[in-house]
Design a protein around this ligand. Sequence first.
Ligand SMILES: Nc1ncnc2c1ncn2[C@@H]1O[C@H](COP(=O)(O)OP(=O)(O)OP(=O)(O)O)[C@@H](O)[C@H]1O
Length: 242
Amino acid sequence: MTTSAITVEGLRKRYGDVQAVDGVSLTVERGEFYGILGPNGAGKTTTLEITEGLREPDEGEVRLLGEPPFPRNPSLLRRIGVQLQASAFFEKLTAREQIHTFASLYGVSAERADAMLETVGLTEKGDTRENRLSGGQAQRLSIACALVHDPELVFLDEPTTGLDPQARRNLWDLLRSINGEGRTVVLTTHYMDEAETLCDRVAVMDRGRVLRVGAPADLVRELDVTSLEDVFLHLTGREYRE
Ligand SMILES: Nc1ncnc2c1ncn2[C@@H]1O[C@H](COP(=O)(O)OP(=O)(O)OP(=O)(O)O)[C@@H](O)[C@H]1O
């Protein structure tokens, strides 16, 4: 039996008075495109960071590709890709220098780095400094950096926030092709249309808890509504964006 890509059991994390994650359990299968949805402060990023092994939970168990991610597990680092925010780029480097730097950290060839730049459509921007890239270009570069070592599983935290509609659609195509190659993709998003279009299954989170998990179309049917936006409203009793 192959293990799931991710299993999370009874996760809890508190910051001072804030119970950021309050008993989250979920399973992501290998090859799945999985979305974590929720409003600001729902606990999505904290759940993701614990799953990636970047944070220690107060309680709960995580298995990432069958292994515990915390404390830092070097054998896992090569197998997962974490999209960093564009602000985490090395200062003053060009797009090509950024991805070459990530590649060398992983012992990956410069040719592979250049090929990744091409995959995300940034070859022509190779000589452009990170602070001169558009929002969409910076997002694509950060995804390329997360993929340069050919990981099995990719984590993306709100990859299309702040992009114009065309740039979002281009990024959707890229994410679909990443998943189409058999990689597991886990993303958080604020956009219901994005989740509806891309995700095999979504977990709807609010106030540190998972309210419901399912395929978008199944959730819409089960709750007898017309869209994922309505699913959210039905589950939480409020609009997605207040
Ligand atoms: N390092 C921290 N210290 C203190 N409180 C934190 C910290 N990180 C998150 N929180 C709080 O924990 C709660 C959950 O935050 P988290 O970032 O996980 O939510 P989120 O769903 O990712 O939100 P967003 O969509 O705004 O990114 C919030 O109330 C947040 O203010």
